[in-house]
Design a protein around this ligand. Structure first.
Ligand code: RTP
Ligand code: MG
Length: 156
């Protein structure tokens, strides 16, 4: 109850398919920024799982392209723990559009590793309730979305 984990906030971070090849650099940046990485898993989401994860955007013009992108390759999901983790992680990743990020936050992860407003390298939860839901999506009891056998390089 007095552990750092219970006294600080947690958020769900994701390294998206376009940035999976830069996972090492991104995890290094996460560690250097003072987050505790409390959970981590690699997965490849099905289209249906991507639609579920981004259900809040259902009906928007970019929803189909977004969920195609998010199911196009391996991702890395992480639970990050730190004081103010939700806002702190969104600050580290920068504005949604990587081009805007390069103009306004050149050191941010989206500036460094993303391309545009769709292919933008990283995801971060935006509020405590969505953080709890998104952590449960990947790490909740009985939840194993996006099964991926990394050793064989195949989706199970
Ligand atoms: P995220 O949820 O992935 O952390 O990103 P965010 O809060 O900064 O942005 P959000 O509005 O929640 O959008 C979710 C993701 O949808 C894609 N997107 N594409 N083409 C477009 O107009 C557009 N707008 C958003 C991005 O991949 C964005 O991160
Ligand atoms: Mg969002």
């Amino acid at each position: 109850r007095n552990s750092i984990e219970s006294q600080t906030e947690r958020t769900l971070a994701m390294i998206k398919p376009d940035a999976f090849k830069n996972m090492g650099k991104i995890i290094n940046a996460i560690s250097q920024s003072g987050f505790l990485i409390s959970k981590l898993r690699v997965a490849k989401l099905s289209k249906q799982e991507a639609q579920e994860f981004y259900a809040v955007h259902r009906g928007k013009p970019f929803y189909d392209g977004l969920t195609d992108f998010m199911s196009s390759g391996r991702i890395c999901a992480l639970e990050l723990v730190a004081p103010g983790a939700i806002r702190k992680w969104r600050e580290l990743i920068g504005p949604t559009d990587s081009n805007q990020a390069r103009a306004e936050a050149p050191g941010s992860l989206r500036a460094q590793f993303g391309t545009d407003k769709t292919y933008n390298a990283c995801h971060g939860s935006d509020a405590p309730d969505t953080a709890a839901e998104e952590v449960a999506f990947f790490f909740g009891p009985g939840r194993y979305p996006g099964k991926c056998d990394l050793a064989r390089g195949t989706t199970l």
